[in-house]
Design a protein around this ligand. Sequence first.
Ligand SMILES: Cc1cc2nc3c(=O)[nH]c(=O)nc-3n(C[C@H](O)[C@H](O)[C@H](O)COP(=O)(O)OP(=O)(O)OC[C@H]3O[C@@H](n4cnc5c(N)ncnc54)[C@H](O)[C@@H]3O)c2cc1C
Length: 385
Amino acid sequence: MRPPSHLALPFFEAHHRDLAHELGVWAAEHVEEEPEDETEACRSLVRAMGEVGWLTLCVPSPAGRFEQLDVRSLCLARETLGYRSALADFAFAMQGLGAGPISLFGNEEQREAYLPAVARGEKVAAFALSEAEAGSDVAALATTATPDGEGFVLNGEKTWISNAGIADFYVVFARTGEGSRGLSAFIVDAGTPGLDDTASIPLIAPHPLGTLTFTDCRVPRSALIGEPGHGMRIALSTLDVFRTTVGAAALGFALRALDETLRHVRCRELFGGTLADLPVVQSKLAVMATEIDASAGLVYRAAWTKDAGAERVTKEAAMAKAYATEAAQRVIDAAVQLFGGHGVTTGSVVERLYRDIRPLRIYEGATEIQHLVIARQLLNEAESN
Ligand SMILES: Cc1cc2nc3c(=O)[nH]c(=O)nc-3n(C[C@H](O)[C@H](O)[C@H](O)COP(=O)(O)OP(=O)(O)OC[C@H]3O[C@@H](n4cnc5c(N)ncnc54)[C@H](O)[C@@H]3O)c2cc1C
């Protein structure tokens, strides 16, 4: 992987550039691009990244604070892994997202019990917020957690849960009261009686995904993260950090598409020259590169702003996620077009990227929701000026 030009931007320090280089070398040596069995590949990627220490980039030590994670490093890691493999990026990011609520709001015992094992790749983490009727509209969440004796009893169904079936534990958001202040977060270990995590959902860009069913699933009070009623805050604070990094993964996919395209157009001969000689093709390349640089600017502006101490980066993160994922889709589509028939042939890199990018425009807040977030903030700012 050639060093992306945005690494020269003043957002980065020397250790960021070293990280991008070292992880790029590691990924090229250790990450298989087309694994046969994505479930097994996901488990072994988590173990491999844990052994080398890469997961400490997204999972702080029990004594560290989640807020102190270096978001630029997180983004560079997702960009670099995403360049190589969407599954490797997914395996990395889910450890951070699944452990995020514990890092941010867990007590000392919870942090000791889960974070080191997640960082070493010994426990696979998952984040269970969405339900069939509560995707974009999180407040419609209906899974209940009813206080009972020394703990809570969970009933309901979660769907679209990444790592369902392979996770060692799930951070589950359930209703303990009315309205958006009535949500709470719980750690539910896989294998807890009353939890069924065996229903899987096949995806166009395969990664472990499924539905969780809770039937009188009893968890102790010690499974509660933070205070009852703080679930919405816990979920949104976690997503606030990870939203920018989804844009970074998209950036990695787009960069790969551009590199593949540059290689292809220079050697594809037609009409007595190469594709690269044609002005129409050059114009396409220029637009692809410009969209990539614009994405990088937005992603690393958001990451840098958070690292520089901003408490919330809601607008910046929403812009980065929405723009970079949509731009990556356009860049990859242009790549597929320039590859002609090879672009839509199963097994080609750009065909894989074409499938891989699609879910990123939907999960962790679809583009339309990010636009609502940006507009709301703009209007609030205008109101207070
Ligand atoms: C691959 C994948 C992995 C996922 N992993 C997880 C996970 O690990 N954990 C988890 O909890 N969830 C996960 N999800 C769920 C994901 O967060 C939801 O799919 C997402 O929030 C959208 O919800 P939905 O699918 O119900 O779509 P809907 O909410 O039904 O939205 C459908 C469309 O309508 C648009 N829309 C909705 N509301 C508005 C509005 N007010 N204005 C304009 N447009 C609107 C949306 O933007 C979207 O385009 C995952 C999803 C996918 C696809």
